[in-house]
Every structure is written in structure tokens, then in C-alpha cells.
Design a protein around this ligand. Structure first.
Ligand SMILES: C[S@@+](CC[C@H](N)C(=O)[O-])C[C@H]1O[C@@H](n2cnc3c(N)ncnc32)[C@H](O)[C@@H]1O
Length: 263
């Protein structure tokens, strides 16, 4: 996690300037939330919402625009510096707390109506049981967790001429070490902190972790589209959902979970 954090610390300012995150668009009023996220979570006005792994805060602040009382947590100081700056620029009330996800329950004294995370968050965490227990301890009784996440099956495949091939195991337990001078959001970067470790968490592992933490899974959905252009062959539909061309077949690219702490 320390190696990853160094990568995130370096990447965060580059992401603020990236077209991927489109900060000028956000400041003009564009929401960075997916329609499926807004629909699933429902009205948030005056609800307390905790965003775990909030990065530069765009999703957190998009919830604030919808009236939520938001707290963003991330372990990267430069990411939170950017998030606080964006909150000021957008004139949105928000609190950002620097913390590792696993320490958040100790760092935050209050309980939340909604815990929100995802869109590239879980693959950075080695232990989902601990993650789920932490979330259960951050939700008020009756409070809800929602996340939409990259589907781990898509992590297993890599594009090759004419299709895809299996590049690693869906059920592998060890982290995967990558060395890349770019992130998904940069172009032409040469990261000094190029090493990163990611974990593939099967969907069943995530659901088991949530149930093991005492949360009731109310909805589980898989999607044939991605929130980002994972493969060059993808095209965006009218709602900005990235889809594979039909000839490349269909496999799950995202999934989402709505879970509740019993009242
Ligand atoms: C891909 S971004 C989060 C996705 C978010 N939806 C976005 O695109 O803005 C991943 C974030 O997770 C944070 N992160 C990774 N591991 C973490 C950990 N153990 N504790 C807290 N934050 C972590 C990183 O600093 C980074 O800001």
C-alpha cells in the first residue's frame, strides 16, 4: 500500500490537469457521477455521505452538489489538497480527511447515512473482509453502502488481435505487480513512482466480505459497459458508457452493490 500511495501522490496533480477528469467541465457544473449511481443511491439531500478513496474529490463534490453532507477519505495528501482546492473553487461544503481506508473507522467518530466508494477503488485493497467490517462500523443502523466497481473478470483478460486472452487468474490471491509510467488518466507522463500493486477480488469474495460484516446485500448488478475506456476498441454511447463492439462479445465490465446495515 505504501508503494501504491507514492504512485497516487505523484499521479494526483497530473489527474487534476487531465482531460480524463475534466476539471473545467466539473467546475461548469457537470456531474462526475454515473446515472446508475445516482439512481441507486436515490435522494441524498441533507444525508451524511462518506466517500472512501475519494481521490481528487470530484465524485464527492458531485454528491455535495446534490445536497449531501459529504466527507471524503483518501490516504494521498496531494489528492486531498486538490480536492479541498476544488471544493473552494466550486463553492461546495465538504470535509476531506487523510486516512488509510482501514484506519477510517478509528479516525472518524461519527456514523454515516451512506458510505459510497468504487470506480477503481477495491483493486488497491489487499483485504476485503477488513474493508467490509470497517464500512459496517461507519454506517448508522439502517445506513446504506453503494459502490459501482470495475468487474474483476475484466482484469483477467487482455485484448489481443481479434479478441481477448486470459492474462492472469480470476482467483489468484497474490497481488499483481505492474510497472507503468502512465496511469489510466495521463498522456505522456513519466511517473517516477511507476510500480504499483493491485489485487483481483472475485465478486463472490466482495459479497462474502459484506455478509460477513453483517451487511445485507439488497442489490447486485452486472453491466456490459465500463465507466472508462478500458480497451481501445470501445466506443461511448450517448450516456458516456464505454461498450465493446458487438463482434468482441459481451462480458461483464462493471458491477454494483447496494447493501444495508440492519436497523
Ligand atoms: C482510482 S482512484 C479512486 C476512484 C475514484 N472514483 C476516482 O476516479 O476519482 C483510487 C484512489 O484510492 C486511493 N487509495 C488507494 N489505496 C488506499 C487506501 N488503502 N486507503 C485510502 N485510500 C487509498 C488512492 O490514493 C486514489 O486516490
Amino acid at each position: 500500500m505504501a508503494v501504491n500511495r507514492r504512485m497516487w501522490d505523484e499521479a494526483a496533480p497530473l489527474h487534476v490537469a487531465s482531460s480524463f477528469y475534466d476539471v473545467p467541465g466539473f467546475l461548469r457544473g457537470v456531474s462526475t457521477l454515473l446515472p446508475l449511481e445516482v439512481d441507486a443511491v436515490g435522494p441524498v439531500r441533507d444525508r451524511s455521505l462518506l466517500h472512501l478513496q475519494c481521490h481528487i474529490g470530484l465524485d464527492t463534490l458531485s454528491w455535495a452538489r446534490l445536497g449531501a453532507r459529504v466527507t471524503g477519505v483518501d490516504y494521498s495528501a496531494p489528492a486531498l489538497t486538490a480536492a479541498r482546492r476544488l471544493a473552494r473553487a466550486a463553492r461546495l461544503p465538504a470535509r476531506f480527511v487523510r486516512s488509510d481506508v482501514y484506519s477510517a473507522p478509528r479516525r472518524l467518530p461519527e456514523l454515516f447515512d451512506i458510505v459510497y466508494t468504487g470506480k477503481g477503488a477495491l483493486c488497491w485493497l489487499p483485504d476485503l473482509s477488513r474493508w467490509a467490517k470497517g464500512i459496517a462500523g461507519l454506517l448508522r443502523p439502517g445506513g446504506r453502502l453503494f459502490f459501482a466497481e470495475d468487474h474483476p473478470y475484466a482484469e483477467v483478460l487482455e485484448p489481443v488481435e481479434g479478441g481477448f486472452r486470459v492474462r492472469t487468474g480470476y482467483f489468484r490471491r497474490r497481488s499483481i505487480r505492474y510497472s507503468m509510467s502512465e496511469t489510466y488518466a495521463t498522456t505522456g507522463a513519466r511517473l517516477r513512482n511507476a510500480t504499483r500493486y493491485e489485487w483481483i477480488h472475485p465478486v463472490s469474495e466482495a459479497l462474502r466480505a459484506l455478509r460477513g460484516a453483517g451487511l445485507e446485500v439488497e442489490e447486485f448488478t452486472e453491466y456490459p459497459f465500463s465507466h472508462w475506456r478500458r480497451y481501445a476498441s470501445m466506443g461511448a454511447d450517448r450516456e458516456g458508457r464505454w461498450r465493446l463492439p458487438r463482434r468482441e462479445g459481451s462480458f461483464p465490465l462493471m458491477y454494483s452493490v447496494l447493501a444495508r446495515r440492519p436497523a
